[in-house]
Design a protein around this ligand. Sequence first.
Ligand code: GAL
Length: 415
Amino acid sequence: MRRRKILGLAIGVVFIASPAFAQQPTAEVLHWWTSGGEAKALKVIHDRFVAEGGKWVDNPVAGGGGDAAETVAKTRILGGKPPTVMQWHLGLSLQQLAQAGLLGDVDAVAAKEHWDALLPPLIAENAKVGGKYVAIPVDIHGENWLWTNAKVFAAAGVAVPTTWDEFDAAAAKIKAAGYIPLAVGGQDWQETIIFADVVLGVGGPDFFDAALVRLEDAALESPTMLEVFAELVKIRGMMDPGAGNRSWNETTNLVITGKAAMQFMGDWAKGEFSAAGMKPGVDFGCALAPGSGDAYSIAADSFAVPRVADPDQRAGQLLMAHVVMEPETQRDFSFAKGSVPPRKDVPLDGFDQCSRIAMNILRQSPHLLPSLGSGMAVPLAQGGAISDTIAAFFASPMSPESAARALRAAVAAAR
Ligand code: GAL
């Protein structure tokens, strides 16, 4: 019975796609979900896509944060051989691709399945260009999270910090107890997440908005930005000798294995703790980064749909749109990934305390912010200028004054 229903849906989707020519909905899926938790989450989509009649051609391009994958995807599109769907952050760079005429759309499915009513406006608006869905929303993540190892905190006799002063004091005690206080992955996008977390925690949401969304000179080189960099100087001093170019999930693994106490990272880190069999509130802790209050910096993944001519691929895009938005897919994907489902009607049952923090904030907070690290807040050029400056700061003894000046200058040069 169930099988017949599934088949019916698949046929329905193929029919919308191309009644005469489609043989089998086929999707070459370009993505960067290669860590333990990420691979488990992607398998949820894969299995349902295949069960509903699709052929999946996997194309992983490793590299957390997605810079490598996004570059490969753009090269493929410009070379006239686009993948069928490609992992992409919702936000400005997606809009740029669509405005350049490089994307198709999945409106046939979106309209039939009422996406406008099912998605929060922030997600729907970011997935659409010119009123059409150019991307299929997969998840909602937040970037201002602090991940902690419960045993290490107990051994050092400290509580999870909620302010930057508490954070500095806890880090000193943890170090004295023989652990790495903060696990840092020395890659620009990871350091940019730490920077954005400190901007939000030290300056608050209005300052975050002025500095990292509106890119105001007066905010970029301001006394508050000097305070931000003063905290980052302390964080830079906590980096262990292995930090250079360490991937985000290897960095999370230091916290999982109890070598390090804390990591600032988006909630995809929870996927790694879960894949390692650890329980939130028991083995590890999830808290918003110090000083976040009720502010949440959002990063959302999607599958963007390039323009494709092949009918099987076109059918693949539409079947993918249907499969990814099914409530069970959204729920099971988020369980493994650490994210929250974009669909508003997925029941809360089974979601852990970390997801509930995220869901409550997403429902109630007046301070939902676009993330810097995932390109939601600013155009690609300025985002790159900021992350280059932050990488240079972490790789040298740069002072807060020089860093704030360099930041303002880099953003100005990229305008
Ligand atoms: C982010 C992406 C997440 C996550 C992370 C690490 O850019 O939005 O889904 O998996 O990279 O690879």
